[in-house]
Design a protein around this ligand. Sequence first.
Ligand code: ZN
Length: 93
Amino acid sequence: MLTDEEYREIVGDPAALYFQVKRFISRHGERTEMKHPAADRYRERTGVALHHTFWLLHVRRSDYGPDCPACGKPYRTLRATLCAECGHGLELK
Ligand SMILES: [Zn+2]
């Protein structure tokens, strides 16, 4: 998982990447490996080679909500009010 700052450095504009990936998949199919400089930067930074460049759209930590105060796991979505791991509820403001 990347911080917002790391994500900006590695991926740049996620909307632009989304459309590049979508266009690539429509032309070559989703099983064809897509070379992309952002995927190379991600691998260099983290040591993890993603199965497909598309997964770069799912590696930003802030997309998974705050950490649960009870168990420390992410709430998994920005709108979640109940921890999927331990069931701890967030107080609604
Ligand atoms: Zn929890």
